[in-house]
Write a new protein. Structure first.
Length: 268
């Protein structure tokens, strides 16, 4: 099974954004490039903040401020390529630039959103997450079921049966998956239900913490931060980083990381 272990975002102020993740979520620096790209880790994820610049346009179709893509670790890139091309014979595979800020290759989901792929864990030597830990990634897609089928077929990530059955029952297109460590939510971009905040591609990420009220209050002194509605099954609050990227914070509710397997701060 593939493991979600990488998030890339683009910023005009990588140093400032990196200080936010260090201060509030305990992330540490993995590497910094001559161009100002900064990679951080929580002990499991590689969170890379790319400095927006003209040169990025030669490789990145999108260079807007915000989350850009996720990445997965796999056991064999060659086997991954076979599954990918069986799923989509016209699938585009490109080599990524070398270094700690990238994976080895890049493929694309059915809506042509980029995905970085690595066999080496994106430069993170440890595979043991610590607290706070990043364990939730949410996407916005036009066709969530098709995107879920892609991640299941190509990467072996498992759908969450109870969560998905409930969404089917109430007529919502949202779908949920887990790789055993990380929860992946795939929400519809076009949606009119309460609380939906559209942002196509990687919509937001989520951290598990020990004291969500304290961290939310501290972030709220400088940035947007607010508790989530009581009917939300996962996160306790939502905050924004200096660039306005949305981050869910969980402690008491937790996230389902595999079918029927929940993790909260007490079990993390």
């Amino acid at each position: 099974m593939g493991k979600i272990r990488y998030i890339a975002l683009t910023s005009d102020q990588p140093e400032h954004v990196s200080l936010f993740y260090k201060a509030y979520f305990g992330m540490t620096e993995l590497a910094i490039s001559n161009d100002g790209d900064i990679s951080l880790t929580d002990g499991y994820f590689n969170l890379t903040i790319f400095k927006r610049r003209l040169a990025l346009r030669e490789f990145e179709p999108r260079t807007n401020i915000g989350f850009n893509r996720l990445g997965l670790q796999v056991e064999s890139i060659e086997e991954l390529k076979k599954r990918y091309l069986a799923f989509n014979p016209r699938g585009i595979i490109v080599d990524e630039p070398e270094g700690p800020h990238y994976g080895s290759i890049r493929i694309h989901d059915p809506e042509f959103m980029p995905i970085s792929v690595s066999e080496s864990g994106f430069g993170v030597e440890s595979s043991e997450p610590r607290m706070p830990r990043l364990l939730h990634v949410a996407l916005n897609a036009f066709y969530p079921s098709e995107v879920m089928s892609f991640y299941q077929t190509v990467f072996g990530i498992r759908p969450l049966s109870k969560a998905n059955a409930h969404r089917v029952e109430v007529g919502r297109p949202n779908r949920f998956m887990g790789d055993g460590t990380v929860n992946l939510a795939i929400h519809a971009f076009y949606a009119d239900y309460a609380g939906h905040e559209g942002c196509y591609g990687v919509n937001h990420i989520g951290f598990m913490v020990r004291d969500w009220k304290k961290i939310t209050a501290e972030i709220g002194r400088q940035y947007h931060a607010a508790p989530r509605p009581d009917n939300r099954p996962y996160e306790d609050s939502r905050v924004e980083d200096p660039d306005g990227n949305k981050i869910d914070i969980g402690e008491t509710k937790g996230w389902e990381v595999d079918d029927g397997v929940w993790v909260n701060a007490q079990a993390a």
